[in-house]
Design a protein around this ligand. Structure first.
Ligand SMILES: [Zn+2]
Length: 265
């Protein structure tokens, strides 16, 4: 079985096709798809998908790119929804949260402070409720790590990981898995391919980030979770392994990162 640890199945690009796409992925052996929220306005949508399809689970959180339009009351909504979701076995993590310093307006001043505030408040919720986090880390590895050292959460996944070997080791040392996906399938992505072949296998989970980060063979068309086995095949080739063994290992790693996956019912 394969696991897509990061897929925005509720995204507008999939409108009306979400369930067929989840079923298509299941048909390709993708037994589980983790659907993170991005803002309070899609909390209900990700939870609904997880109710409608056996191979979907969800996370709740406020994505850094949605922080500019969020306010304090959204953090209260998040807390209330987490409390409610704790009794739901299909709820597995807090996410997608993090910091995005790629977008120039978000990198400085008040919006940067607001991003850091939402990130640290959501880490505190993860610590309080003993939940793993799904991290969006874009040009922000070191500051993401700084907060993780300060606010001890029970691990999670650094999604679409793209950092140095040292940064990878720091995340692993803090109990995190690293998410690899479509970016790894481009021959020119030397750094990511090197990381994917060199970091310990126990640190790797697979993801699509669909509809984004399409693999080389689909680019620039939208990405879908049924691509996971082929993405896993690329990882297998990079590491000189059999695809079946990559499926087993990365699925076990996803369960280790997201323990609630083990009692999904
Ligand atoms: Zn995402």
């Amino acid at each position: 079985m394969w696991i897509d640890t990061h897929c925005h199945l509720d995204a507008g690009e999939f409108a009306g096709e979400e369930l067929a796409i989840a079923d298509g992925a299941a048909g390709q052996g993708v037994g589980m798809i983790v659907v993170p929220a991005v803002a309070t306005c899609n909390f209900a949508a990700v939870a609904r998908l997880a109710r409608q399809r056996r191979n979907c689970v969800y996370a709740l959180g406020i994505h850094p790119l949605y922080v500019p339009t969020a306010d304090e009351s959204d953090l209260q909504v998040l807390r209330r929804e987490i409390e409610r979701a704790l009794g739901d076995t299909r709820f597995v993590a807090i996410g997608e949260i993090g910091l995005d310093f790629f977008v120039p307006e978000l990198k400085e001043g008040a919006l940067r402070e607001k991003q850091e505030h939402f990130y640290s408040e959501q880490l505190k919720l993860a610590r309080e409720f003993d939940l793993p986090v799904l991290l969006h880390v874009r040009r922000s590895q070191d500051i993401i790590l700084k907060y993780l050292r300060r606010i001890a959460v029970p691990g999670g996944i650094a999604h679409a990981f793209n950092g140095s070997v040292q940064q990878a080791q720091a995340f692993i040392g803090l109990g995190f898995k690293l998410g690899f996906g479509g970016a790894m399938t481009f021959p020119r992505s030397l750094q990511i391919r090197r990381l994917a072949s060199e970091v310990p296998l126990q640190a790797i989970v697979l993801e699509t980030d669909a509809p984004d980060i399409s693999p080389a063979w689909l680019h620039p068309q939208r990405n879908t979770p049924d691509q996971i086995p082929r993405i896993g095949q690329v990882l297998a080739e990079l590491r000189g392994m059999r695809a079946e063994d990559v499926a087993l290992a990365t699925s076990a790693n996803a369960h280790a990162a997201l323990p609630r996956l083990m009692s999904v019912s």
